[in-house]
Design a protein around this ligand. Structure first.
Ligand SMILES: *Cc1c(COP(=O)(O)O)cnc(C)c1O
Length: 428
């Protein structure tokens, strides 16, 4: 394995982009070293510009549940692209993708497509504020909902990685409308409702994947639903990561609690930029052009992007046992990682939800952000490097989630387990 061209590519990129990247976590700052520059992906693997292959557990941050360059998706994209890349006018493709999404999330009536998860959640918040006539929102520490102003307060993902929980440039006047609570802490949320009568919405990742993987307790979600109902607030499930990923019906496949608004991204674009928000008709019709909550997007519902989403969702919906297969692999991998940690004497907390998995080098169980922050990030960094060297590409931060794709074969899982056994021992 050589790592020379990657280094010079990264040096050259530093001159072009702040930090050499176009999204912070890609810079490998929290694990050290140089990120491989990717040339191509093939199923469960990515290859860098020096030809090094890696078993990829990032999968474009979860978007590529079918793996890289799945033939049906690529073929469909090429076919659509030949008819023109963008019209800024309605197409049948948007309706087709919407029907697929709504066939799974049957409790939603309508959608609006946007181009990023950030936009989807930002719009969901605006919609909730518009519908309720209230300004405040409740957000959980460690949850990441994109980088819009109201939501960059104690956010997870890159924001957690860099220990800059609140970004510069977010006016206090905005941030003061974002009330913070600890994940899985009902009493904290109840206190906020006692103190504030003008809460428009609670926004939550019902499976939190941006502080590492942390799952919400069922009673916690039920309490949030109840608090929203009793106080006239809306419940927003941010399923940008978990939707069509944790199960076909995302986090909603694991809970009976129904939210008022759901946001989607990642998987629904099949690797291209598509995101959406959905809700009942009465809520959605508050959006322009019917209602008075404004939102628009030049490339929203882009035909090529929606084509990729359609091709991916058709396979996800049409393949029996697909999610069970993924979950079984996650179960096997996490079980083996736990044993590897144990034999190496490493304290490891590990969990999976469907094809999402996460682990913390931490002595105690993690059910919120404060506990996640107690993890041994230095050890994670050493482990990450040891895995990369062995051809396993994990997300370069303790506070991200791992993703298994349908193309992550049993053999790849086996190779990963063997690498992890060595890496755990090597990085004590
Ligand atoms: C990725 C993510 C976002 C932001 O999506 P972008 O497409 O990166 O803007 C929002 N919410 C959650 C839960 C995410 O995982």
């Amino acid at each position: 394995m050589t790592f020379i061209d990657n280094k010079s590519a990264f040096e050259a990129a530093q001159k072009l982009f702040t930090g050499g990247i176009n999204s912070p976590v890609r810079a490998f700052k929290s694990v050290g070293g140089t990120p491989p520059f990717i040339d191509r992906g093939e199923g469960g693997l990515v290859f860098d510009i020096e030809g090094n292959g890696y078993i990829d557990f990032v999968q474009s941050w979860g978007a590529l549940i079918l793996g890289h360059a799945r033939a049906e998706v690529i073929d469909a994209v090429i076919k659509t692209a030949k008819k023109g890349l963008s019209f800024g006018a309605p197409t049948l493709l948007e309706s087709e993708l919407a029907e697929l999404i709504l066939s799974v999330y049957g409790f939603l009536d309508k959608l609006r497509f946007v181009s990023s998860g950030t936009e989807a959640v930002m719009t969901a918040i605006r919609l909730a504020r518009g519908v309720t006539g209230r300004d405040k929102i409740v957000k959980f520490k460690g949850c990441y909902h994109g980088h819009s102003d109201s939501l960059l307060v104690e956010a997870g993902s890159g924001a957690a990685t860099f220990g800059a929980p609140s970004s510069l440039g977010v006016p206090n006047d905005f941030a003061k409308h974002t009330l913070l609570a600890e994940y899985n802490d009902v009493a904290g949320v109840r206190r906020l409702f006692d103190e504030h009568s003008d809460i428009a919405a609670i926004v939550i990742e019902p499976i939190a994947g941006n502080m590492g993987l942390v799952c919400a307790d069922e009673e916690f979600l039920r309490a949030l639903r109840d608090l929203c109902d009793r106080n006239g607030a809306l419940l927003i499930f941010d399923e940008v990561m978990s939707g069509f990923r944790a199960s076909l019906r995302g986090a909603c496949g694991f809970t009976d609690v129904l939210p008022d608004i759901v946001t989607f991204g990642k998987v629904i674009g099949g690797g291209l930029p598509v995101a959406a928000l959905g809700a009942k008709k009465e809520i959605m019709d508050a959006l322009s052009p019917i209602g008075k909550v404004y939102q628009a997007g030049t490339l929203s519902g882009n035909p090529v992007a929606t084509t990729a989403g359609i091709a991916a969702l058709k396979i996800l919906i049409g393949t029996p046992d697909l999610y069970e297969t993924l979950e079984n692999r996650a179960k096997r991998l996490t079980g083996a990682l736990a044993s590897a940690a144990e034999s190496a004497g490493a304290a490891l907390q590990i969990e999976y939800r469907g094809s999402m998995f996460g682990f913390f080098f931490n002595k105690k169980p993690v059910s919120n952000f404060a506990q996640a922050l107690q993890s041994d990030t230095a050890r994670f960094a050493r482990f990450h490097g040891a895995m990369l060297k062995r051809g396993v590409y994990l997300a370069p931060s303790q506070f991200e989630t791992g993703f298994i794709s349908l193309a992550t074969s049993d053999d790849m899982i086996k190779t990963t387990i063997a690498a992890a056994q060595e890496a755990m021992r090597e990085t004590v």
